[in-house]
Design a binder for this molecule. Structure first.
Ligand code: HEC
Length: 213
């Protein structure tokens, strides 16, 4: 701390900062004088310059490394962007191919299926998951009557799919975990079987008459 203190730390600090001792400040003083605030022409501290040079050197290796690993000469040099697009396209193609061979059902492809096996499965699903609210014969309980020709949300398979999948804020449960095939079967059961057998003493009609139903 005193001028003559030449401890290891003092010498190290001096090496790292090259700061001018107070008694020699007049040697590096510049002509500037702003209302008594003066400027010293100190050199850049060596620790700072060294840090700067090190980052420049590292950046050279960094760029070289980047080119080596990510530059794709076969792809007009468009690197990850192209890689990414290629992979997305490949996966999308796989999904489409899968849908074609397996007939995956979703809101956009749902249709009424009329074979006995599907309708029987639809009935089983209805008894298990829907009957407690729509009654075993579809006549309605907490949920509306599904055997009349009145519908709140529409009688086409797509609208029904949307309601069954998402549920509603007025008590219709959402069935997000039910497969598209199962939803299609239960819709088919409602539209083919339940609609053909109006429930006796079912709930009063709700919604609009639907001419498709
Ligand atoms: C927790 C009770 C509950 C369960 C379980 C339930 N529903 Fe519903 N459902 C309702 C209610 C309540 C409504 C009326 C919702 C509204 O008005 O927003 C409804 C409405 C509907 C509608 C629309 C009817 C219309 O008039 O537009 C369909 C279709 C439907 N449910 C089918 C099903 C199917 C299929 C299942 C079984 C997979 C099922 N629901 C299970 C309570 C239920």
């Amino acid at each position: 701390m005193t001028q003559q203190n030449n401890s290891f730390w003092d010498r190290l600090m001096q090496k790292l900062t090259k700061s001018t001792p107070v008694e020699r400040e007049h040697e590096v003083k510049l002509d500037h004088d702003f209302d008594g605030i003066e400027e010293l022409n100190n050199p850049l501290p060596p620790w700072w310059s060294a840090g700067f040079i090190i980052t420049v050197v590292i950046s050279i290796f960094y760029v070289a490394f980047y080119f080596y690993y990510f530059y794709d000469a076969n792809n007009n040099g468009k690197w990850q962007e192209n890689e990414y697009q290629k992979e997305v396209a490949a996966h999308k193609a796989q999904i489409e191919a899968y849908k074609k061979t397996h007939g995956v059902v979703d809101e956009s492809t749902v249709k009424v299926v009329k074979d006995a096996k599907s309708l029987a499965e639809g009935k089983a699903i209805f008894q298990k998951s829907c009957a407690m609210c729509h009654r075993a014969d579809g006549g309605g309980n907490i949920g509306p009557n599904l055997t009349d020709n009145h519908w709140i949300y529409g009688c086409d398979p797509k609208s029904m799919y949307r309601i069954i999948y998402n549920g509603t804020s007025k008590g219709m449960q959402s069935f997000k975990n039910m497969s598209g095939e199962k939803i299609q079967k239960v819709i088919s059961y409602i539209l083919v079987d339940l609609q053909a057998h109006p429930a006796k003493d079912g709930k009063a009609p709700e919604g609009e008459v639907c001419n498709q139903g």
